[in-house]
Every structure is written in C-alpha cells, then in structure tokens.
Design a protein around this ligand. Structure first.
Ligand code: C2E
Ligand code: CA
Ligand code: CA
Ligand code: CA
Length: 275
C-alpha cells in the first residue's frame, strides 16, 4: 500500500502483485506445458456447401492445465507469442496436425492456424516441409490460416514466403476477414485461395442489413479474385441459408459441430453424413 498525494492509503500495489504473480505463474506453466504433454488439438469440420459434405477440419489448439482446466487459446497464445514460445508450439501444432490428418480419408484437408510471429520465422518453410515429409501428407491437403496482422507492413519477405508455400502446393486462407486493419490492396499482392468471413458478420447476417451487405460484398470480391469464401461461426439454420444464398462456398460453426478431440472425428463425420 502507498500514501497518495492527498494523504489517503491506496492498496493498489498488492493487487498488482497478485495479477503479476498469476501472469508469471501462467508463463512458467506454459513453458513446461509442452514437456508435460498438456497440449492437444481439437478439430472442427469445415462443410462444403455445394458438395454437401465435409471438406476438411480446422485444428484448434487446447491446453489442459492441471489446475486451471481447459485453457482457451485466446488466453495463452498471446502469452506464448510474448515469451517467444509460439514458434516451438506452432511447430508442434503443424507436426501433430499433419500426422493426424495423414490417417484421414484422402479428400479431407487440414487447416492449421499460423500466428504472425510464427509466420515471420525464417525457418517456417523448412518446418512445414519437414512436417509434410515426416507425415507423408500431400501438400495440397494442408491449408494455412493466417490473419491480416501477418500482412501488416506488406513486406517483400512475407510475399516471398507466401509464394514459396503456394509453389509447394499448400493452400493459404485469410482468416477473420473483414476485421483487423483491413486494406484491400494486399488482396492484389497475395495469392490467397480462401477468405474466411469473420463470425461477427455471420452472427448478424439475418438481423442486420449492414452485415448482410458486407457478406455479399466479400463473397463477390472473393469470387471475382478467384478465391473461395468460408462462413465462420454459423450457429443457426437461418444464418446457413443466408450464407448459401450469398454464394458462400463453405461453412463452419456449432450448427455443424463444435471442435472435437481426434478420437471423436469418425463419429462427427458419420453424424454429419446422416444429417
Ligand atoms: P479462429 O482461428 O478464428 O478459430 C475459430 C474460433 O471460433 C475457435 O475458437 C472456434 O472454437 C470458435 N467457433 C467455431 N464455431 C463457432 C460458432 O459457431 N460460434 C462461436 N461462438 N464460436 C465458434 P477457439 O478454438 O477458442 O480459438 C480461438 C482462436 O485461437 C482462433 O480463432 C485462433 O486465432 C487461435 N488459435 C487456435 N488454435 C491455434 C493454433 O494452433 N495456432 C495459432 N497460432 N492460433 C490458434
Ligand atoms: Ca482459424
Ligand atoms: Ca477465424
Ligand atoms: Ca478469430
């Protein structure tokens, strides 16, 4: 505690200590989590609306903390980025996702999220090549999801890396499209295969005219640039019908399935096949 200028006691220091301590503890636990085998990948189906079947799965990272329980990625990925852990963690994700996807039916793709920091790592292309080689997964079955933050600065290295990965046969999707510091100019310079329409637009697509018009504009923009579009966070049949009507190619969301552990993939595929 401390005396402030007016002579009253303020107790902000112990509170700050507590949050700092819990943050430090999180960092320590995060550093140990890989060795302790606490990370896992869940998979959420991506549904092809024209073919009326699952086209693949997105890998979503989970951390099973012994005391905190299942920690959501939004709570630990930013920390992993800050303490320099995202590169080894991202490498683990790529290896694991490719290894598991290699055992799936051939037509199913695997989408892996790659953070901005991880993307700027000069070893990324080698890490990906190694993951594909060890797993024997064909490159065209691997899709990388990057966000607009990767493109900030519009650097020549980023463009070169994207071209290199595409030349190897991988697909590149632009995640959370429409949020962040969007600038349409990079859609000319980067060879994306897919735009993932952020769930904030999908959520309001039946209720708000603005969201509907934005969705319409994004699907048309994607189509005219030769990119497919995926609706994220589809929760209701009304949202699905609207996204279909706008010509969206794929959809993903709780309406189809929540992200499931690898052991539940087969039953998820079956239940979606049987309606
Ligand atoms: P994202 O890539 O945009 O992933 C979609 C998020 O929306 C996932 O949250 C998913 O569980 C959730 N979601 C899917 N369908 C619905 C729905 O119908 N309604 C709602 N409300 N949510 C839905 P999750 O798994 O908590 O992941 C959050 C974010 O963490 C991801 O957003 C991604 O940015 C990041 N992330 C997850 N796994 C990885 C990873 O392996 N590496 C990196 N770098 N980031 C990851
Ligand atoms: Ca994603
Ligand atoms: Ca997303
Ligand atoms: Ca997101």
């Amino acid at each position: 505690s401390k005396m402030d200028g007016r002579g009253t006691w303020r107790f902000f220091e112990p509170a700050m200590d507590a949050s700092l301590q819990s943050r430090r503890a999180l960092e320590t636990d995060l550093r140990a989590a890989m060795d302790k085998n606490e990370f896992d990948l869940f998979y959420q189906p991506i549904y092809d609306l024209r073919m009326d079947r699952i086209s693949g799965f997105e890998a979503l990272l989970r951390w099973r903390h012994p005391e905190r329980g299942l920690v959501p990625p939004d709570q630990f990925i930013p920390v992993a980025e800050e303490i320099g852990l995202i590169t080894p963690l991202g490498e683990w994700v790529l290896n694991r996702a490719c290894a598991q996807a290699a055992s799936w039916p051939n037509e199913l793709k695997i989408a892996v999220n790659v953070s901005a920091t991880q993307f700027r790592d000069p070893r990324l292309a080698a890490v990906i090549a190694n993951a594909l080689e060890v797993s024997a997964l064909p490159p065209h079955r691997l899709e990388l999801e990057i966000t607009e933050s990767v493109l900030l600065g519009n650097s020549a290295e980023t463009i070169a890396t994207l071209h290199e990965l595409k030349a190897r046969g991988l697909r590149i999707a632009l995640d959370d499209f429409g949020t962040g510091y969007s600038s349409l100019s990079y859609l000319r310079s980067f060879p994306f295969d897919k735009l993932k329409i952020d769930q904030s637009f999908v959520r309001d697509v039946t209720a708000k005219k603005g969201s509907k018009l934005i969705v319409r504009a994004i699907t048309r923009l994607g189509k005219s640039l030769g990119m497919t579009t995926t609706a994220e966070g589809v929760e209701t049949i009304e949202q699905l019908n609207q996204m279909k009507a706008e010509g969206c190619n794929e959809a993903q969301g709780y309406l189809f399935s929540r992200p499931v552990p690898a052991t539940e993939l087969a039953s998820t595929i079956l239940s979606l096949r049987n309606g």
